[in-house]
Every structure is written in structure tokens, then in C-alpha cells.
Design a protein around this ligand. Structure first.
Ligand code: FES
Length: 170
């Protein structure tokens, strides 16, 4: 076989190799995107028991850490249903306390029914999925995904990215 006959054969092999590499790369990218999207919800998150439903009167406020000790959160039982809320009337919700502006821990102000940041006074509405109402922040508070299991309120995930993190699970 002459040199001229070998070159086309090698050329096809290289194209096939490059094509396979591109396909593998695309599959890897899609897989990694799928993993990061599900991680933003409940995949990979710990299950943490926060309270007993029977102990949560309307107006209850419980501070806890989730998904780890460096991430303060707050659970509230409001007097009306909330999107993503759980319990008999969907009134139990929880949010990250780390302000989305610069990370100061927000506090619940029952009189104003707002989660308010003491640093620059951004206010977030817990009855509207933690939406920012006024202030310096650019987005709402991440909502902690809750689940009711045999009367226990459990934290099982986070919707939204916790301030200062590139991923919620470190
Ligand atoms: S850190 Fe909360 S408003 Fe600035």
C-alpha cells in the first residue's frame, strides 16, 4: 500500500476519534449540569429534624443551622399559607438567614412580619417565598425545603444559593 492510500485511512480515524471525544465531552457536561441542578433542591442534602409540628403555634420562630453549622436559618409558622410551606395549612416555612447583599444574618421582626437585615436594612417577606421587598440586596432569601415526617418538621434541601457559596453543600 502506498503512502497516499494510508493517509485517508488515518485521517478518518482521527476524525472518528475527535468525534468520540466531543460526544464524551458533551455527555460529561450534560451530566454535570444535571447534578448541579438537582443539588440546588434536595439531592445530597442532609435531613435535619427542626421541630415537632405539635410544638409550632402560629407565630413560632425557631433558629437552626442548615445544611451545616456555618449556615444559619430560621423556621417560622405564619398565619397564612405560603408557596412551599408545609403543615396542615402550608404555613410553616424556613429560610437561610444570610442576607443576599453581604451576608449579615437577618432577624425576624414579628411586628412588621419581615426578615430584616441589621446591616443595611434589606427586608425580605417570609410570606412570599423570602422575596426582597426593599433594600440593597438583589435577590430573595434561599428557601429551606421542609418535609413533614410522622409529626416532625425536617429540613431536606435548599432552593436558591446560600450567600457566599458557589454550591450549597461544601
Ligand atoms: S448585608 Fe444585608 S442589606 Fe447589606
Amino acid at each position: 500500500m502506498s503512502k497516499g492510500a494510508k493517509k485517508p485511512g488515518l485521517s478518518v480515524d482521527r476524525r472518528q476519534l475527535l468525534s468520540m471525544g466531543a460526544a464524551v465531552g458533551a455527555a460529561g457536561l450534560a451530566a454535570s449540569k444535571g447534578i448541579s441542578q438537582s443539588a440546588a433542591q434536595t439531592s445530597g442534602f442532609p435531613t435535619v429534624q427542626v421541630a415537632q409540628l405539635s410544638d409550632l403555634a402560629v407565630g413560632a420562630e425557631i433558629e437552626f443551622d442548615y445544611p451545616d453549622a456555618d449556615s444559619p436559618a430560621v423556621l417560622l409558622r405564619l398565619d397564612g399559607p405560603v408557596e412551599g410551606g408545609i403543615g396542615p395549612d402550608q404555613t410553616i416555612v424556613a429560610y437561610s438567614r444570610l442576607c443576599t447583599h453581604k451576608g449579615c444574618p437577618v432577624n425576624y421582626n414579628a411586628a412588621h412580619r419581615m426578615l430584616i437585615c441589621p446591616c443595611h436594612w434589606s427586608s425580605f417577606d417570609p410570606a412570599k417565598k423570602g422575596r426582597m421587598i426593599i433594600g440593597q440586596a438583589s435577590q430573595g432569601l434561599p428557601q429551606i425545603t421542609l418535609r413533614l415526617t410522622n409529626g416532625a418538621v425536617e429540613a431536606v434541601g435548599v432552593e436558591g444559593l446560600i450567600y457566599g457559596r458557589q454550591q450549597n453543600i461544601l
